[in-house]
Design a protein around this ligand. Structure first.
Ligand code: F6R
Length: 242
């Protein structure tokens, strides 16, 4: 793991956004895996600003998002699909035909998982995957568990995840289930760029980098991936031993 520590989230956005821009310039048909949540927003802003300057195009980039809520229409303002439209896809030249999401409203989650795995395979695999981390160490919605997962599956969200994300839904109770890519599907990405900011993530970041590799801290599996770059601010890095 290569760990890069920055002063603030703007600096992270500039640096991590540039990595994605450079990747798309060198590989116009790249397959990119995206995360939602607040952490990657400065990165997405950088990608948009480089697109607006005419420095990069994403029209031939294929995308796969990590996760999507269940029991929420795709066009709901709180769906992860709409999050990506608002923060990235709708602000640059991504093509609708190249955007892939898990469908959280299917009758048969196993069939949906198989469909997503096949789509990723047909695209040639994910070249570069963006990840954030939950305060409980989750990546995607792989919550702390007894075993590492493999392909996508339907997950019951933990109370800590609900506590973190309810704010986006205001007074409306947020979904209790989501479809998420599994740990195996995330680990098969060729390159991973990871972002976390703030003191609230410091324990999870320490567990991920310095802890035992265990499904109790799902992000710890990243220690076994051979191309991970960690973009964190000083607060998120504050519990690391060096
Ligand atoms: C969302 C996802 C989650 C988030 C994590 C951190 O697609 O994969 O694992 O990355 O919950 O969320 P933020 O960035 O809002 O703290």
């Amino acid at each position: 793991m290569e760990v890069k520590i920055f002063n603030n989230e703007q600096e992270i956005g500039e640096a991590m956004g540039q990595v994605l821009v450079d990747y798309a310039k060198a590989n116009p048909k790249a397959v990119m895996g995206f995360a939602t949540g607040m952490s990657p927003v400065p990165t997405y802003n950088k990608m948009v600003s480089e697109y607006e300057k005419g420095n990069v195009s994403f029209k031939d980039v294929t995308t796969f998002n990590l996760d999507e809520y269940c029991d929420l229409p795709k066009e709901d303002k709180n769906s992860f699909y709409m999050f990506m439209v608002d923060n990235l896809f709708g602000r640059a030249d991504f093509s609708d035909d190249n955007i892939n999401f898990l469908d959280g409203n299917v009758e048969d989650p196993e069939a949906e998982s198989a469909r997503y795995a096949e789509a990723i395979k047909n695209a040639g695999g994910i070249d570069i995957q963006i990840l954030g981390i939950g305060t409980n160490g989750h990546i995607g919605f792989n919550e702390p568990a007894d075993e590492f997962t493999d392909e996508a599956f339907k997950v019951k969200l933990t109370e800590s995840t609900i506590a973190s994300n309810q704010k986006f839904f205001g007074d409306v109770p947020m979904p209790r289930y989501a479809m998420t890519m599994g740990i195996g599907s995330i680990m098969r990405a060729k390159k991973i760029v990871f972002v976390a900011t703030g003191e609230g993530k410091a324990d999870a970041v320490k567990g991920m980098i310095e802890g035992e590799v265990t499904p109790k801290c799902p992000a710890s599996i990243l220690q076994q991936h051979d191309d991970v770059t960690i973009f964190i601010d000083k607060a998120a890095a504050s519990k690391l031993s060096k």
